[in-house]
Design a protein around this ligand. Structure first.
Ligand code: ADE
Length: 238
């Protein structure tokens, strides 16, 4: 099996690459389209890991390359997000039920916010992967929330913008890549899921909180992603 794992930033994938190195898994690297792809062998299975760079376009490139070039059969996204739901705090782990693009607006033509003709406002993550994630969470005693993730090419750092995204999309967390990966995976018929650990509350102090908690929150998501791979049949001694 070939599974692709995408993060947006180097901090989001480094804990994964280090874990595989620590386990002595053979690793090769390939540069393509401005990204470095790590191809890691775990027994008979392979995992491809890359950080895309920030934003929906970069993440879409990485997801497309993983699927169309490397032949990944499932995609997992691992990273951090700003919490919108009141009860989400720094370090909490969330899996996306569905994802939308909060910065899509062709309402001038009568379309709902976030909607693109011949596409959809919300794209649901793979039900089987999400169900497996909840099973894994229960098994290892880790709290895993499920909620709506809104993506856009904006770092959200104000109460007003945060309130607007909650009102318009009913979102629980905000980030800058997940929905574009959802669009690509949906277009190619590849199952995907998105894990995000909370680094900030998308409010006036989000920038400070993000800088402080990026690494620790990224590790929470990466650790869970490894457990997910194990549950998918990868021989990992975690
Ligand atoms: N990723 C982490 N925090 C975020 C925020 N506040 N806005 C957008 N993306 C984020």
């Amino acid at each position: 099996m070939k599974v692709g794992i995408i993060g947006a930033m180097v901090e989001e994938v480094t804990p994964l690459i280090e874990a595989f190195r620590g386990l002595g898994c053979p690793t090769a690297q390939e540069n393509l389209g401005g990204n470095t792809y790590y191809k890691i062998s775990v027994g008979a299975n392979e995992v491809y890991i890359a950080y895309s760079k920030i934003g929906k376009v970069h993440a879409a490139i990485t997801a497309s390359v993983m699927i169309a070039h490397f032949g990944c059969e499932k995609i997992l996204f691992s990273g951090v997000a700003g919490g919108l739901a009141k009860d989400l705090k720094v370090g909490d782990l969330l899996i996306a039920s569905k994802l939308c693009q909060h910065d899509v607006d062709i309402s001038a033509f009568g379309h709902p916010l976030g909607f693109i003709p011949e596409s959809a406002t919300f794209i649901a993550a793979d039900a089987e992967l999400n169900a497996l994630a909840h099973k894994v969470a229960k098994l290892i005693g880790k709290e895993l929330r499920e909620g709506v993730i809104a993506s856009g090419d904006q770092f959200i750092a104000s109460e007003s913008k945060k309130a607007w995204i909650i009102k318009e999309f009913g979102a629980d967390a905000v980030e800058m890549e997940g929905a574009s990966v959802a669009v690509v995976c949906n277009a190619f018929g590849v199952p995907f899921c998105v894990f995000r650990s909370i680094s900030d509350s998308a409010d006036g102090s989000a920038d400070v909180s993000f800088d402080e908690f990026l690494e620790s929150a990224a590790k929470v998501s990466a650790q869970f992603t490894l457990q997910m791979l194990k549950a998918l049949g990868y021989a990992l001694e975690l």
